[in-house]
Write a protein that binds this ligand. Sequence first.
Ligand SMILES: Nc1ncnc2c1ncn2[C@@H]1O[C@H](COP(=O)(O)OP(=O)(O)O)[C@@H](O)[C@H]1O
Ligand SMILES: CC(=O)N[C@@H](CCC(=O)OP(=O)(O)O)C(=O)O
Length: 249
Amino acid sequence: MTDSIVVKLGGVAGKNLTKQFFEKIHFWKNQGKQVVVVHGGGNDVSRMMQKLNIQVKIVNGLRVTSKEALDVTKMVLIGQVQPNITNQFLEQGLPVVGLNAADQHCLIGDYVDQAVYGNVGSVTQVNVPFFETLLKDDIIPIIAPLALTEFNQWLNVNADDTACKIAESLKAESLYLLTDVPGIKVADDWIDNLSLEEAADLKHGVLTGGMIPKVEHAVSAVQKGVRNVHITDCIHETGTTISWVEVRV
Ligand SMILES: Nc1ncnc2c1ncn2[C@@H]1O[C@H](COP(=O)(O)OP(=O)(O)O)[C@@H](O)[C@H]1O
Ligand SMILES: CC(=O)N[C@@H](CCC(=O)OP(=O)(O)O)C(=O)O
């Protein structure tokens, strides 16, 4: 669906859905674009784990997820973060449906490295026909970053990974990764545009924490056909755009 736009709301971004944000969503809908939303909420998960005296451990931007941590992650993402977002969309008159992997097995995944991360996965398959049916009915799917294995085991998935895989599978024209910074900073400069090669090279040293998987998955999404990936803190700004740059000879 080349007229679809995927928007990922990071934990902080999802809490600050402004009038301007919804104006942009309405604008896209009026243009006939199909909008898909993936939400994060890692900061809320960490807060709840701390309340429950469960150790929070993040390695390479991914939460090490024990069985106990997985239960809390599901509870917070599907029980708190998601309904809070769907409700804000509903208040703006936008038809939405909140989804997780168990709805029509919409996101299938596999373990990243069970010995290091526990129950953490990466999305390997997206139920495209299911999403297309919703999009054709003008519904905005709002999706939690979790997957089920082929054997129905729950996996905690980084939300940028989830958004990028969905954008790739839907062949989305654009992907917005909304976060708490205006883009990617290199030395003291915010970068406007990066080619695939430039973005892939950044991984070594300049990026830390959650920015590591964000850029890694963004690069993969562009390689697999998503035209532009924007890392930004505002849906009206393109922030840092990662895109395919053709080399002319
Ligand atoms: N080179 C970089 N440029 C911009 N932000 C960076 C960079 N390296 C690391 N970061 C960090 O990445 C964070 C955003 O990633 P993350 O915490 O995963 O956000 P989100 O929850 O929105 O996905 C920023 O708050 C910033 O501290
Ligand atoms: C495996 C893994 O790290 N999963 C993430 C899922 C939520 C997320 O990615 O939220 P943000 O986009 O707000 O960071 C986590 O548990 O925090």
